[in-house]
Design a protein around this ligand. Structure first.
Ligand code: ADP
Ligand code: ZN
Length: 738
């Protein structure tokens, strides 16, 4: 064996990441890396690439170098690793000279397992690093940046070709979420790892729902989006728009309707941009309205929805943008609004771009996707050369299959109006004519006198728009871009108009938001949104979210680094009340349970008590036993370790020293022991007077859980650990109720 670890990779997965099992390919990749083989890994965003090198990094004796292009991502990754008890660091321009020296010293002493660097930094310091630290593995993230064929070429990456020459025996693992065949080959040859095994995971993201809404007006779009956001309070989402101006407009609209939203685009100052991004990461501003400038370097795992206010330029961009939702694997929504006006603008952009043929072709493919009447996921996966024949069941086409009807007469009405107006009208005016509008322009031009005037009055303008879009796609009419976008009848159209051919069409979907509403309904909606009935589980989830937010503020990291939503959802569903049970929850690593477990358990226990919930203990027994203990020693909960030392007669200071923990942490352990009746006497730690002081403060601030408020109420005179002791005593003796 080339590594020094005595445990299997599964042990590290559970202990350091809190997961039960590997995803497809991860185990195989780790096995290969441990055998010092090079590898290229293609997995979609959120697919779980990082673990493929993080676990080998933990198992190997030396240091793993991780090349990453973005400073913001480095910090996030390192914070996440540290939260899980994995020693990691980064080197970049944000650090002071002293901080850098400290990190390098730690690397030399092998106190660090993973070191993150930007490519240019790695190259400039490589000789020093390779001579002074034991490099065991090199991981190259966003590896497609090395290739001019990819969509994000970064010249700094090309210098990475020297790595294999200089350290031929150190395995290189390249990782990316997007790489077509040409790019893949280029990555292998440029990194000089032509023999590397290529691992390609499925690009399917079944937890993302797909929906396309065609032909909506601006007004309908914004009010539907507002309604959607109101139906998902507290949840994070991104609205992508075509232009900076639109982002500002939509953000203002949402703000004026009470939504906590910000806009983001490349026209803002770097400071403003990072402030907006930060607030989003921290769950302070849940909604961002942005151009595609937003997202690179965003690793937030709990984005619950992504809306495209406008059509994206191509499928690659679209897939990448919706891919930012649901990285934690929980169900997330994606909605794409598609209309002809956007298509016109994008067609012009593509035509005027440096590569008009390529870009028009790509635009054509996303148009096909948007207009598809077969499963949309099939189209996406086929686009990425992942052939599939099964319907997904989680896209609008699968859920609500299009209904066809004989559209011949409808087409004839429209085409006849087009002919009788000498093919001079555009979409909107045509609809006005068909619906018998008395607009001034119509009267002036005598269009109200033509035979088909008002012949489509029974059909809503929304539906007409939809039908005309279909007619354009079916090729019965075309649009003269150079003649004020007027509509012309094609040869095929003439055949239908003169009755020699028929044509099927699709009935437009019936959207509640667009249907004409009674004034009563409208007033009701305007008044405010009515919150849905909230279950106990949802309430506890919300509470746990608040506890997490507080912990995140204390630690100065984004909330998802403390725990993912998935973990909180499981806690709310399974109700763990002990450290052992908590460690069976998805994503709760050993370190996280020790660092944050107490606060979570306290809230869960409180909630169970408050609502008199009867727990189903069986769920924990049925879950596989967690941390597979090293060398057959039983893994003892941390407070019990403290308790053993305490029983041996060690002082609190001595225990803290021995366990390399804070004194206040040891007090927390003793409080847990006290609540579990392992210790009965609290008098060495707190006086009756202090207990009464805290009890009084808790009553005033309204809750014993608001430790910070209690602390402030007592004007900082009573230490946190004393307050915690008092609360424990009050709880145990049921002295909390007023
Ligand atoms: P990528 O780098 O491919 O975009 P990440 O490595 O960030 O994806 O992983 C995405 C999420 O999936 C992370 O929260 C990660 O912890 C989680 N994850 C990875 N592997 C597993 C696994 N085997 N079981 C459960 N969750 C996993
Ligand atoms: Zn489908």
């Amino acid at each position: 064996m080339n590594h020094t670890a005595t445990q299997a990779p599964e042990y590290y997965l559970k202990t350091y990441f809190g997961y039960e099992s590997f995803r497809p390919l991860q185990r195989e990749i780790i096995g290969d890396i441990l055998q010092k083989k090079d590898a290229l890994i293609l997995m979609p965003t959120g697919g779980g690439k990082s673990i493929c090198y993080q676990i080998p990094a933990l198992m190997l004796s030396g240091i793993t170098i991780v090349v990453s292009p973005l400073i913001s991502l480095m910090k996030d990754q390192v914070d996440s690793l540290i939260a899980n008890g994995v020693p990691a660091a980064f080197l970049n321009s944000t650090l002071s000279f002293e901080e850098e020296g400290e990190i390098i010293r730690n690397c030399m002493e092998e106190n660090i397992k993973l070191l993150y660097l930007a490519p240019e930094r790695l190259i400039s310091t490589f000789d020093f690093l390779s001579q002074n630290i034991k490099i065991q593995l090199i991981a190259i993230d966003e590896a497609h940046c090395i290739s001019g064929w990819g969509h994000d070429f970064r010249p700094e990456y090309t210098q990475l070709s020297v790595l294999k020459q200089k350290l031929p025996h150190v395995p290189i693992v390249a990782l990316t979420a997007t790489a077509d065949k040409v790019t893949r080959k280029d990555i292998l040859s440029q990194l000089r790892i032509p023999e590397a095994k290529v691992f390609i995971a499925s690009f399917n993201r079944p937890n993302l729902s797909l929906e396309v809404r065609s032909g909506w007006t601006e007004k309908n779009k914004s009010s539907a989006i507002l309604k959607y956001i109101r139906s998902k309070p507290h949840e994070s989402g991104v609205i992508y728009c075509l232009s900076r101006k639109i982002t500002e407009k939509i953000a203002a609209f949402l703000q004026s309707n009470g939504v906590n939203a910000s806009f983001y685009h490349a026209g803002m100052s770097p400071g403003d941009r990072s402030r907006v991004q930060e607030a989003f990461m921290n769950d302070t501003t849940p909604v961002i309205v942005a151009t595609i400038a937003f997202g690179m370097g965003i690793d937030k795992s709990n984005i619950r929805w992504v809306i495209h206010y406008n059509l994206p330029k191509n499928i690659e961009g679209y897939y990448q943008e919706i891919g930012r939702a649901g990285r934690d694997g929980l169900p997330s929504d994606t909605i794409l609004y598609y209309n002809y006006a956007d298509l016109q603008i994008l067609t012009r952009f593509a035509t005027e771009s440096g590569q008009p043929e390529l870009n028009l072709e790509k635009l054509g493919r996303i148009q096909q996707f948007a207009e598809s009447d077969v499963c949309r996921r099939k189209i996406l996966l086929n686009y990425f050369a992942e052939n599939t024949t099964e319907n997904c069941g989680n896209c609008d086409v699968c859920k609500n299959p299009p209904k066809h009807f004989d559209g011949t007469i409808l087409i004839q009405k429209a085409l006849s109006a087009v002919m009788r107006t000498q093919e001079k009208v555009g979409v909107n005016l045509l609809i006005d004519i068909l619906r018998g509008s008395q607009k001034q322009e119509i009267i002036e031009k005598n269009y109200h006198k033509i035979k088909t005037f008002g012949s489509g009055v029974g059909i809503s303008a929304f539906d007409w728009k939809h039908y005309i879009l279909q007619m354009l796609n079916l090729g019965v009419i075309e649009m003269a871009y150079d003649e004020n976008f007027s509509l012309k009848v094609t040869e095929l159209g003439k055949k239908i108009l003169f009755g020699t051919s028929t044509m099927e069409m699709v009935i437009p979907k019936d959207y509640e938001e667009i249907r004409k509403k009674s004034t009563k309904e409208k007033a009701f909606e305007k008044e405010a949104f009515i919150p849905a009935v909230v279950t106990l589980e949802e309430r506890l989830f919300d509470n746990l979210r608040l506890v997490r937010k507080k912990l995140a503020q204390d630690q100065n990291v984004p909330p998802y680094i403390i725990f993912h939503d998935t973990s909180l959802k499981e806690m709310a569903a399974y109700l763990p009340v002990s450290m052992q049970e908590l460690r069976q929850i998805y994503g709760v690593s050993l370190t996280k349970s020790e660092k944050y477990g107490y606060e979570m358990l306290a809230e869960i226990t409180r909630f169970i008590h408050e609502n008199q919930i009867i727990r189903k203990k069986e769920v924990f027994i049925s879950k596989p036993q967690i941390v597979s203990a090293p060398q057959n020693t039983h893994k003892t909960p941390t407070h019990e370790v403290t308790f053993i030392l305490f029983k041996e007669g060690l002082s609190i200071e001595a225990i803290a020293e021995k366990r390399m923990l804070n004194i206040s942490t040891i007090h927390t352990h003793l409080q847990t022991c006290y609540l579990h009746h392992l210790i009965e006497d609290h008098t060495p730690y707190i006086s009756e007077e202090e207990i009464n002081l805290v009890a009084n403060a808790a009553r005033v601030v309204g809750s014993p859980e608001k430790i910070k408020s209690i602390y402030e109420f007592l004007e900082d005179k009573v230490e946190y650990l004393v307050i915690r002791w008092a609360i424990a005593v009050l709880k145990k003796n049921d002295r909390l109720s007023p």
